[in-house]
Design a protein around this ligand. Structure first.
Ligand code: ADP
Length: 546
């Protein structure tokens, strides 16, 4: 730990909270700039809404959500209309304060008028969301899944998913929400931090029992009951990739403002915690994404009244040690050096990590429906054997040794899912292309907002204004949308943020291609802009002023 900073450059920086914990100029950092802001409840809901507008069926794994206070009246109206058209619909909603965690300030309501807009936590901006009333139960208890996902690189996009995660159980038998049980948090909320305070919480030394278990133990039980676990895994992988595709546009804007392209600087990777709920029909639903998932492998135990001690938690150790170990293996700078040396000596070009990415967990198709819970002793052995500590020295001494240091390590628990399955998802990356246009016209380094001149230049260079859409109308569009977005956000920097630009872009696309579905309108306009900018660029190069 270097609480007062460190002058010598490092290969890998492990920051506690955010990219900005220390000023760094090289190496790799375990946080992306802007990740915390991007996965906050409101920002995530907005990003998911944009994707739901474009691809409603592909993004139906995220519950319908409204942002408070600004969308309160829309929420009330929409619920009334839905109830009128389907009188048997008796929904429940969950209200979650923005920026909250560990169940803080969360409550359930049956009637939109029960939203509390006063009081210390209630006056905070929040998300109100459709409550999933029929979750999958195990031993009559509701549970959720925490999966660890490594975002190894943003551009090109590289995503890995840990093959095991945690399942966190409620501590009171589940009943569908009624006015009487709405406030029973031990029945409705799966947060470990809440349930640990219930007298029913079970700390178990086994990964298959207790209030926190491995996800693989759940899969095992489901599989023994005949559930299609392969399909479940493939749905979860889709959910993760689609969610990250929804987040990348915003992340790219933050990234270019902190690490401008073409300049030497650090690169980033990040372990994210995905919270997923399974519905009764085994459909996974995204609850939220955590930028700083807890990596604790101990829990507190009360030895005698008021006396606490940290004791090892085998379930956490089983899952989390493997995630950190494999993250370090994947971002290991020595690995790149070794690969380059190998290429130089043997003239072999290896595709992406194939050289050492040999995992028993290969491909969704081959994913076994029985994912047996691994015996604990082997895991304790691997995290105690200190192979990671020994590895760098042996590498320094024997850079060309035929046996790589990884040979001594267990096979990878992190599985690459992107670009591996990129083909199935490439059509969803529309907002990424809109963000690329936005970034192109940002101009000043270090900014995340587009000024009026930048917006005008975008319109002019893409030749989007005409007799029906004058430059004066362009200015009005800019002012209208920017003013509204800036009045909603906490960010006081003036100018047009990415979401506002996306809204303006969608508005232009609708105007131009009235009869098409939204995603076709947007993709047609993107193509026009990209082509016109490419032509302009070519012209400038020809004129020698490029
Ligand atoms: P926090 O960051 O405070 O933990 P979450 O969004 O994870 O907030 O919600 C807390 C808990 O509430 C979840 O772990 C889950 O058990 C429950 N929950 C959240 N959203 C829903 C939902 N839409 N339907 C059913 N249960 C939910």
């Amino acid at each position: 730990q270097f609480p007062f900073g460190r002058r010598l450059p490092c290969d890998i920086y492990w920051h506690g909270v955010s990219f900005h914990d220390n000023n760094i100029f090289s190496g790799q950092v375990n946080k992306f700039p802007g990740m915390m802001e991007t996965v906050r409840k409101i920002t995530l809901s907005r990003a998911m809404r944009t994707m739901q507008d474009l691809f409603p069926l592909e993004y139906n794994f995220y519950p319908r959500s409204w942002i408070l206070p600004e969308e309160l009246s829309i929420f009330v109206d929409e619920v009334r209309v839905m109830k009128d058209s389907n009188p048997s619909w008796k929904p429940t909603f969950i209200v979650k304060p923005d920026g909250g965690c560990q169940g803080d300030g969360i409550y359930l309501i049956k009637d939109p008028n029960d939203i509390r807009l006063t009081g210390s936590t209630q006056s905070r901006p929040a998300v109100v969301q459709e409550y999933i009333c029929k979750p999958l139960l195990m031993d009559k208890l509701k549970f959720d899944i925490r999966l660890y996902v490594l975002l190894k690189s943003l551009d090109p996009l590289e995503i890995y998913i840990a093959k095991d995660g945690l399942s966190r159980f409620c501590t009171e038998p589940y009943q569908e929400p009624t006015l009487k049980n709405l406030h029973q948090v031990f029945m409705h909320l799966t947060n470990y931090s809440l349930n640990i305070h219930s007298g029913n919480f079970i700390h178990s030394d086994s990964v298959n029992t207790g209030s926190k278990r491995t996800f693989s133990s759940i899969l095992c039980r489901l599989s023994s009951k005949g559930a299609d676990v392969k399909k479940l895994w493939s749905d979860i992988i889709s959910l993760v990739i689609k969610t990250i595709i929804a987040l990348t546009p915003e992340l790219k804007v933050y990234y270019q403002s902190d690490i401008p392209a073409g300049k030497p600087g650090p690169t980033c990777f990040q372990i994210l915690g995905f919270d997923i709920l399974l519905m009764k029909n085994l459909k996974p639903v995204l609850l939220e994404v955590n930028a700083n998932p807890s990596m604790r492998i101990e829990h507190e135990q009360e030895l005698s009244p008021g006396v606490f001690e940290n004791v090892p938690s085998p379930v956490d150790e089983e899952v989390k040690v493997a995630v950190i170990r494999d993250t370090l293996r994947l971002v290991d700078p020595q690995k790149k050096k070794r690969k380059d040396t190998h290429k130089k000596h043997h003239g072999i070009i290896h595709e992406h990590p194939a050289l050492w990415e040999v995992s028993p967990w290969q491909g969704v198709d081959e994913m076994s429906s029985e994912v047996p819970p691994k015996p604990i002793p082997s895991v304790i052995l691997c995290c105690r054997c200190q192979s990671l500590k020994q590895a760098p020295e042996s590498r320094e001494e024997l850079p060309d040794a035929p046996k790589s240091p990884e040979a001594a390590l267990p096979s990878l628990c992190l599985k690459q899912v992107f670009p591996k399955y990129s083909k199935q998802f490439s059509h969803l990356r529309l907002v990424d292309r809109v963000a690329a246009l936005f970034i192109r016209f940002l101009g000043v380094k270090g900014t995340t907002k587009l000024g009026p001149t930048g917006f005008r230049t975008f319109i002019r260079n893409c030749k989007l204004s005409n007799s029906n859409f004058s430059m004066a109308a362009v200015d009005i569009l800019y002012i209208d949308i920017t003013r509204r977005w800036n009045s909603m956000g906490l960010d006081k920097e003036s100018g047009m943020c990415l979401q506002a630009f996306v809204e303006a872009f969608f508005c232009l696309a609708r105007k131009k291609y009235k009869s098409l579905p939204l995603h076709e309108q947007v993709s047609s306009l993107i193509e026009i802009c990209e082509n016109r900018l490419a032509a302009l660029h070519g012209k400038r190069l020809l004129c020698g002023c490029g």
